[in-house]
Structure formats: structure tokens, C-alpha cells
Design a protein around this ligand. Structure first.
Ligand code: SF4
Ligand code: SF4
Length: 348
């Protein structure tokens, strides 16, 4: 992989240039201290040291609500809608790139999701090595501490005023060199970047699941009838916050509506989530996961087994967003997996 050294002062003019062609989004801290990816402005202060963005990045590929078809009711015709603005996400942490890589695979399975694919293809991803680890994160223990595909450029800060930048795609290289040639990184700079990545991984290693993550699917299979599901789900408010903030949850509902003048209408999709009571409601008023316990268990089986069975990775990248979002403190996959693991050890 080719790598260049980029000085801090080179970045604002680069962003300005990119913003002429792309909707550029960067991590920005708001007045309450929450970091989110926001449209870049020359005045934007990039939160270089953020630990996790409150909202995940899936909304850039799977918006919370999106039209799929537009109807002309008078003519009885329908036109597909595919909106895919050119966008550039700057400063994405490896665990979030990993989450997007998972969505890429899952949305391509069966009949490929063309709306998702169009948005993904219109997106440039610029990864960034984290400077800090959230107290709630456990990404290092679920195999999401590094990523080698899915991004166009990967920035690692190697001094207060410079970055080691790996380029993975021709588009990434073209954009990085858009203001002219840059120096190729030297061996010591490459070593500095390696040390930086290793140091943040070591910090992240302090919190995590207490066993090799690849054993999680088998662990789940042993615990379908665990009392843990009911004990924890007793506190569940069925609010759905844990699945809405999750970067790897991708369920949606499809509905249709007519305009008030009945001349047109649309088919749209919007986020849905397996923790919501209406998620499993089907015709005849039958709900195949009527109790909070059923929904709670299902979420963990998705994270710990079902997604693994599809793509060989856990459906959780350990970002900790759900832990932060759950007001009753029961949404933490790390805590649940560790509890089940301990239950096994006590039984043996
Ligand atoms: S389940 Fe929670 S910790 Fe895991 S990826 Fe989703 S939000 Fe992050
Ligand atoms: S686990 Fe927590 S965040 Fe998720 S639905 Fe229940 S109460 Fe809401």
C-alpha cells in the first residue's frame, strides 16, 4: 500500500477542494460534548481526538427514511428513486469501517440492495486511527481493532503536525494528490504509524469479552434457554434505541403513502428494529416475538450467531453505542456474552 506524509496545514485546503465535488462530513463536537459526523465548513473544528461518534455512519448509506418508488396515480405509473449524492466521510475509525464492510456484504446477499449499493459506490471513506478509546467500547476483543479493506485513505497521526496516510484505492490517491505531489513516507514514519496503532490497540485491550470471540456462536447455541434473557429483559422498555444507534443493524420496513391530492405517492423504507414490539407483528395480528424476552434474546443471537453464520464475523463491532443509548443498562453485548461464558464455567 502506498503511503504519503501529510502535514496538518495541508488538510483544510484539501477538504475545501474535496468539498467542491463531494458532500464532505467530518467528526465535530457539539456544545454538549457529543461528536457526530457533520457537513464540513471552513470554520469546522475537526474532533481529531474523538473516541466514538454518537450516531453511527449507516445513515449515509441507509438513510432513516428513503423513497424507493414514486407513483403517478393518474397515469398508474411508478418510477424507481435512487438518490446517491457524492459524499466523502473523513475520519472514520476502523471499527466503523468494519461495520460498513459488514453492511456491504449483508446488503449484497440474496437480491442486492441497489439503493444501498449506489450510495456506497458514491462514497469516499477516509479512515482515521483513534486517539482515544471510549470507556464503553470493546472493539479490540471482537476483531474490529484493525481493517484493511473498505476505505480509500487511512490517516494516522504520527506527530502533532503530521499524518501517515495509506492509500488503498486509485480514487483515494487521486484525491490525496489533488493539490499536487506529496512526499512518500519514510521507513521511520511507517514505524511511527505502526507504534501508534499498536498503542491504541493496547488501550482498547483493557476492556473486552473475556474469551476468544470466535467461540461466541457456539456459546449462544448453548444458551437459548438461559434465565438471563428473562432476567435482563424484565428491565427492557422496548424503546429500540440500542438497535437504532447500532452501526451493524440494518432492518427496515417498507410502506406506501399517497399524497393528499391523490395525484401521486411513494413507496418508502424507514428504519425498523427487532427490539420494537411491532417488528414481528404480521397479518392476522399475530406477533411471533410478543414478549420483551423473545426480542431481547433475538438481538443477541443476531449479534453473536446469526450474522456470524452469514459472514464469519460477529454482528457487533464493539463500538459501545448501544451501551450508551440504553437507559436501563441492559444492552451491552460484552456484558451478556461474558455472563453466558461465566455461567458455563460455573456449571463445569
Ligand atoms: S451491538 Fe452495540 S456495541 Fe455492538 S456494534 Fe451495535 S451498537 Fe456497537
Ligand atoms: S435493551 Fe435498552 S435500549 Fe434496547 S430496547 Fe431495551 S431498554 Fe431500549
Amino acid at each position: 500500500m502506498t503511503a504519503y506524509t501529510v502535514s496538518m496545514e495541508h488538510i483544510p485546503p484539501l477538504l475545501e477542494l474535496w468539498a467542491k465535488e463531494y458532500d464532505v462530513h467530518v467528526p465535530v463536537r457539539d456544545v454538549d460534548g457529543f461528536v457526530n459526523f457533520s457537513p464540513w465548513r471552513p470554520s469546522a473544528e475537526i474532533a481529531w481526538d474523538y473516541d466514538v461518534a454518537y450516531n453511527s455512519l449507516k445513515r449515509f448509506f441507509l438513510p432513516p427514511r428513503e423513497d424507493l418508488l414514486r407513483f403517478d396515480l393518474a397515469a398508474s405509473t411508478a418510477e424507481p428513486v435512487m438518490e446517491a449524492p457524492l459524499q466523502l466521510l473523513f475520519g472514520v475509525h476502523p471499527y466503523d469501517v468494519k461495520a460498513i464492510n459488514q453492511l456491504d456484504q449483508l446488503m449484497d446477499q440474496g437480491t442486492a440492495d441497489v439503493n444501498y449499493r449506489k450510495r456506497r459506490e458514491a462514497t469516499v471513506l477516509v479512515a482515521l486511527t483513534p486517539e482515544h478509546v471510549s470507556d464503553l467500547a470493546f472493539w479490540s476483543s471482537v476483531g474490529a481493532d484493525s481493517v484493511d479493506i473498505g476505505f480509500d485513505m487511512y490517516f494516522t497521526r504520527i506527530s502533532p503536525s503530521s499524518f501517515y496516510v495509506e492509500v488503498l484505492s486509485p480514487k483515494g490517491e487521486e484525491l490525496l494528490l489533488a493539490r499536487g505531489e506529496l512526499p512518500r513516507s519514510t521507513l521511520p514514519e511507517r514505524e511511527a504509524a505502526k507504534r501508534k496503532k499498536a498503542a491504541i490497540r493496547a488501550k482498547a485491550d483493557k476492556n473486552g469479552i473475556s474469551f476468544p470471540w470466535k467461540q461466541t456462536p457456539k456459546l449462544m447455541s448453548r444458551h437459548w434457554d438461559s434465565p438471563l434473557w428473562r432476567n435482563k429483559a424484565r428491565h427492557c422498555l422496548s424503546c429500540g434505541s440500542c438497535v437504532m444507534v447500532c452501526p451493524t443493524c440494518y432492518c427496515f420496513d417498507v410502506r406506501e403513502e399517497a399524497d393528499l391530492d391523490l395525484k401521486g405517492g411513494r413507496r418508502f423504507r424507514e428504519w425498523d428494529g427487532c427490539m420494537l414490539p411491532s417488528f414481528a407483528l404480521v397479518a392476522g395480528d399475530h406477533n411471533f416475538r410478543p414478549e420483551a424476552r423473545d426480542r431481547y434474546r433475538h438481538r443477541y443471537f443476531r449479534k453473536g450467531k446469526y450474522i456470524f453464520d452469514k459472514i464469519g464475523e460477529l454482528g457487533c463491532v464493539g463500538c459501545g453505542r448501544c451501551v450508551n443509548a440504553c437507559t436501563t443498562g441492559i444492552a451491552n453485548p460484552m456484558a451478556v456474552f461474558n455472563d453466558l461464558w461465566e455461567a458455563d464455567n460455573h456449571e463445569s
